[in-house]
Design a protein around this ligand. Sequence first.
Ligand SMILES: Cc1cc2nc3c(=O)[nH]c(=O)nc-3n(C[C@H](O)[C@H](O)[C@H](O)COP(=O)(O)OP(=O)(O)OC[C@H]3O[C@@H](n4cnc5c(N)ncnc54)[C@H](O)[C@@H]3O)c2cc1C
Length: 438
Amino acid sequence: MEIPSRSPYVVVGAGIHGLSTAYHLAQELAARGLGSGADVVVLDKAGPGAGASGIACGVVRNNYFQPAMSELMQACVEVWESDPVAYAYNPVGYIALGASVQEADLTATYERQERIGYDSELILGEAEVDAHMKALFPDWRAQGVTACLHEHQGGFAFNMDSVHGLYGKCREAGVSVLSGVEVTGFVDGADGSIATVETSEGRVEVGEQVVVAPGPWARDFWAMLGLPDTIDVRTPSGEVVRDRPMWTYWNLQEGEVQVDPLTFATADGGAPPVIHLDTNAPLHTDDGELLTDELWGIYFKRDRHSVQGGASPLVVDGDVELDPYPQTTDVDPAFPDLFCAALSHAMARFEGCRPLYKQARSGGVGAFTADNFPVFDHLRPNLYAILDSNHGYKMIGVGREVAKVLVGEHAPLLYPFRLERFETGDLHPVSSSPYPWS
Ligand SMILES: Cc1cc2nc3c(=O)[nH]c(=O)nc-3n(C[C@H](O)[C@H](O)[C@H](O)COP(=O)(O)OP(=O)(O)OC[C@H]3O[C@@H](n4cnc5c(N)ncnc54)[C@H](O)[C@@H]3O)c2cc1C
């Protein structure tokens, strides 16, 4: 593999963030007369979509309790909507259904969405939610749901197709995207800047800036930059929690049932919104075995050949092997039963779907930060890190914002995600959701 000996901009990682950054940077440089895509090289040790972006369920939603996440997501949805064909984006909407414990969070989220102009509606009350869902799906039968946030924007995108869409845009803009080039280290310049990127194929001298967008490999780049495994975190109340692990790995469990996808349609035959259901109603298999009577949740969408989705992730104990990615051997044996029982709990049409469950190439691990929210920041004077804490396939617009930073503009949407927040206590509020990403 021939790599350039020097490049003004070096982007590491050809996932959703690296490619979006490279593409938008090419546009910014050209628009300002500062250069072009030829000034940008993307390096990936495998190839476009080899990491989490190529395995993501692809859900695009704004259901975030945290104001900064919600506002950033609105900008991201704008990017998805800008070219649905290239990004293989399905604007079918998204429905979050919650138990009473989540009512206040969903209400606050809805109210913010109204303020920022994100198109959604809120339905409260068990009977009202049931009626709303039955109008869409006459066989809806989920219990214990008292709040429903129906986002009319958002939906999902096909993971590899959207990566290829971005890859195509990069290439058209003149960006070189090089596969099979592993970054192995950085050589520091005088002021702590990165002078050179070391790779398996030789060295690249950095003209202006380096961007790292390593997805689950965040831990490895953190170590390469000499940053500590644990950090102290100041909570908003001023208390300092010492030695929190900077990176925790969660195993995202996903799978699919191979029903005819067209059976999952709305009452008028339309494409169904993505559904996320959380409830504390007892969950039984179709044979009547009780699986849980505590808060549980699933999300699911209509895929090309199946109905696909997942459930709450599990923390991975001990060492995490990332190569090859994803490790599909770690799936909890209980997951297929839970997923199929939950589908059947939601809609009668899924009753008896358990034999149709397939452990497809889905699921994988994600690297979560000390507060489970992204770090988007300069870690060196000329090294910008996009460490998305596994929130990120939907965040296609982060690259657009990062490109602004790289050419010296302000990107206020990224400010709440600076690393300094752990020290200052300027953390994001935490919701009552059982998921580490809500
Ligand atoms: C199972 C699963 C389902 C998910 N579902 C969703 C979802 O529905 N919606 C959503 O918004 N998010 C979802 N996510 C999260 C989302 O996939 C990630 O947050 C996002 O894709 C990360 O993008 P990225 O570009 O940072 O990293 P990645 O896509 O992981 O790309 C990183 C790239 O860096 C490369 N790389 C790593 N180390 C090196 C090195 N040393 N040298 C060179 N290259 C290197 C890798 O080969 C890889 O291609 C899901 C994640 C998982 C695991």
